[in-house]
Design a protein around this ligand. Structure first.
Ligand code: ATP
Ligand code: MG
Length: 426
């Protein structure tokens, strides 16, 4: 049979999380879950694939995501499907489909893989993970405040609050935006020579997005553009004022950024982002806003919605910058067995330990080898204790316990005494 010796590699921009990193993921995820539960949020689990039409309708036809970033394919029935590029559309689709939005209030979260066909670089991948937090049915700025407070608490708990800056803006209502849009188009039409190719295109399709340009050559023209704040009506203005009053009361710092527009079309009123200057070009870690209008747009009854999405890889990169990144040992105790009788007895003893001390992480050496080679593995495992059974110990129903991280003498004892010792130390 012909053999192809070349190994198959992962898809560009899609990464493995190897065991040496997965414990950090677990650590961050545990913090996330405990903060979410402290605010009474519930998990919702959603499909990874949705009908393409959902994203086109929700995110908007002339956004970067829909225009050029989606993984779209026809399935065997000829239906156009898409790997989710974000979670808000699917979450809302599910809530409308299952009637969760009638006279109800919801606080939801999901954590999972998203897919965008972008140019892979640090902090920008083709498969990446987002925590999405979405709330429905609440009009007042108190829920806007709650989401910001919740995220701020998470940054504090992870010890990265001094690395992130909160930026805030209001996008007003659709009507307010359309008045502003005309002013903005007038302004940019007077400065066409300063716009890049992308912005010239956006000028026709989605002029607000020009404000979000990352092109340094356009800095001045964007900075001098009229801002939306001046075109907000009373209601939008009051909502925003309530939010900033609340944040002032809670002592949460923010920076008003009149050019913050977000890349998705569904936002209105409050928008916010946490940015850092410690991760290079990909500095937005978490972003969100209000999207009241989207529910109707997806076929539901007019209602209120606000949420945010947090990029997990960027969050982890920030946590990794800390001086003492917490790592949890995966093994507490390591069992060494030499000789046929010891091997048999060791298996029984290891199960007895797991029966009585279910919290202890016990690894049993399953490659036979000399004491010396097994000791090396015990040391490498990171365990605190080696439990050693040789011929003599097996014969006497005993075990030798060695402290691997402390300079103490090795002790021979009964199985029960060893269990006692483990339970006092672990
Ligand atoms: P950016 O301006 O960085 O492209 P975006 O506006 O497209 O971000 P959102 O759709 O709002 O981002 O997603 C929310 C968060 O998800 C981002 O702030 C970021 O942390 C993360 N994120 C978005 N796209 C990627 C990606 N391709 N790889 C890794 N993380 C991403
Ligand atoms: Mg993007």
């Amino acid at each position: 049979m012909a053999k192809n010796s070349q190994s198959i590699q992962a898809i560009r921009g899609m990464h493995d999380v190897l065991p040496d990193k997965s414990s950090l993921w677990g650590y961050v995820e545990n913090h996330i879950k405990s903060v979410l539960s402290a605010y009474g949020y519930q998990e919702i689990r959603l499909p990874i694939v949705e009908k393409t039409a959902l994203f086109k309708r929700a995110i908007g036809e002339v956004t970067d995501i829909v225009e050029k970033e989606m993984y779209t394919f026809d399935d065997r029935n000829g239906d156009s499907l898409t790997l989710r590029p974000e979670g808000t559309a699917g979450c809302l689709r599910a809530c409308i489909e299952h009637g969760l939005l009638y006279n109800q209030v919801h606080r939801l979260w999901y954590l999972g893989a998203m897919f965008r066909h972008e140019r892979p670089q640090k902090g920008r991948y083709r498969q990446f993970y987002q925590l999405g937090v979405e709330t429905y049915g609440m009009a007042s700025a108190d829920i806007d405040t709650e989401l910001i407070t919740l995220a701020t608490r998470l940054w504090k708990n992870l010890g990265i609050d001094n690395k992130l800056q909160l930026q805030l803006n209001s996008l007003g209502t659709q009507e307010e935006r359309s008045v502003y849009r005309e002013k903005l188009v007038d302004y940019f039409n007077g400065h066409l020579d300063q716009l890049d190719e992308d912005s010239l295109r956006r000028l026709k399709s989605n002029p607000l997005r020009i404000l979000d340009t990352k092109n340094p050559a356009m800095k001045t023209v964007v900075e001098n553009a009229p801002t939306l704040m001046a075109y907000l009506g009373d209601d939008s203005r009051a909502h925003f004022q309530n939010l900033t009053d609340n944040l002032d009361n809670l002592g949460i710092a923010y920076h008003l950024n009149p050019r913050l527009v977000r890349g998705l079309d569904y936002y209105g009123k409050t928008v916010f982002e946490w940015v850092t200057d410690e991760l290079g070009a990909q500095g937005t870690v978490c972003a969100g806003g209000r999207y009241d209008g989207l529910i109707e747009q997806l076929g539901g009854k007019n209602n209120y919605a606000i949420g945010f999405a947090l990029g997990m890889e960027r969050l982890l990169s920030l946590v990794e910058l800390l001086d003492n990144v917490p790592v949890e040992a995966s093994v507490d105790a390591y069992m060494i067995r030499v000789g046929a009788a010891a091997e048999k007895q060791g298996l029984l003893f290891s199960e007895k330990i797991r029966d009585q001390l279910p919290h202890v992480k016990l690894q049993v050496n399953c490659n036979d080898g000399s004491f010396k080679s097994q000791f090396k593995k015990a040391d490498k495992s990171g365990a605190q204790f080696a439990l050693i059974i040789g011929e003599d110990e097996a014969e006497n129903l005993q075990v030798a316990v060695k402290f691997l991280r402390q300079n103490l003498p090795q002790k021979i004892m009964s199985h029960d005494a060893a269990i006692n010792l483990l339970s006092t130390h672990l």
